[in-house]
Design a protein around this ligand. Structure first.
Ligand SMILES: Cc1cc2nc3c(=O)[nH]c(=O)nc-3n(C[C@H](O)[C@H](O)[C@H](O)COP(=O)(O)O)c2cc1C
Length: 262
């Protein structure tokens, strides 16, 4: 099977999935385009991946699943029997049913899974007090991602038809969602109203005027606003999130390694 181009497709609010797919792509070493599904409003556009293009499709893991916002946006990308490399990026706890869910979503869209992977990214709730997979993907992850990219390319070249590929996970998927609406807070004393939080929010739930307002109903807790705030004014105060961060830092400190399904 000859591949003319790679399409990098990702929803990556805090950038770990984006860095991972870039490394996989580097290992493949052919021309590419980017379909970034992260910015607010991405769900309004449609995209197509041709038969002879290979898509690398990445989404983060939220509660062992693909977040609903990511699933909705991935559904704007149609394949044409196009080969796909699936990438679930998780914060060193577990990826549970996320990869099989991503496979089901993308195969419905006309992709054929040639390879799957689960990579580790710094957990969205990582902080100095609660370090969880800090700075991942790191150099070792990037090297593994590049090697994986090279192996996938070898596999694709040798294929006529793409056989079905099994990836871990259960159907029906575990339950997702629930819990009360929550969002980060802004400390007015250190906020400089620069608008960064609004610009990086993938759902457009933050509005900045002479104060910062957040629509809790639309917040996915992705934490991009907290991680990108230049003054540290944006922070979590919600007990559930702070408790989860503590629990994760206490119980999931042991380094996990990327897994590959080829
Ligand atoms: C609401 C929420 C739920 C999450 N659930 C999980 C999980 O179930 N397992 C896990 O290991 N990491 C979990 N994470 C961490 C993310 O999967 C991880 O930080 C990932 O690297 C984020 O990808 P991105 O940087 O591409 O946005 C969760 C993060 C958030 C915000």
């Amino acid at each position: 099977m000859d591949i003319s181009k790679i399409k990098l497709v990702y929803y990556s609010p805090t950038g770990t999935g984006k860095r991972t797919v870039e490394a996989i792509r580097k290992g493949m070493g052919i021309d590419y385009d980017v379909i970034d599904l992260t910015p607010a409003g991405s769900e309004m556009k449609n995209h197509a991946v041709a038969k002879d293009e290979l898509a690398i499709i990445a989404a983060p893991v939220y509660s062992g699943r693909i977040p609903a916002v990511a699933a909705e946006r991935v559904r704007t990308v149609k394949g044409d029997g196009s080969p796909a490399v699936l990438v679930a990026v998780y914060g060193n706890r577990e990826f549970e049913d996320a990869l099989i869910e991503l496979k089901d979503i993308t195969e419905e869209l006309g992709f054929k899974t040639v390879a799957g992977s689960a990579f580790i990214g710094q957990h969205s709730f990582d902080s100095e007090e609660t370090p969880i997979a800090t700075n991942r993907p790191d150099g070792e992850d990037v090297k593994k991602a590049m090697d994986f990219g090279a192996k996938v390319m070898e596999k694709v070249k040798g294929l006529g038809e793409i056989p079905d590929l099994e990836v871990p996970g259960d159907r029906p998927y575990r339950k997702s969602g629930g819990g009360d609406p929550r969002s980060p807070e802004t400390n007015p004393d250190s906020c400089i109203l620069c608008g960064m939080c609004a610009r990086v929010c993938p759902t457009g739930c933050v509005k900045v005027s002479d104060l910062v307002e957040t629509d809790k109903e639309k917040c996915t807790a992705c934490t991009a606003c907290v991680q990108n705030c230049p003054t540290g004014a944006r922070h979590w105060k919600h007990e559930g999130i702070l408790g989860a961060a503590k629990w994760l830092a206490t119980n999931f400190g042991a380094r996990k390694e990327p897994e590959f399904f080829l």
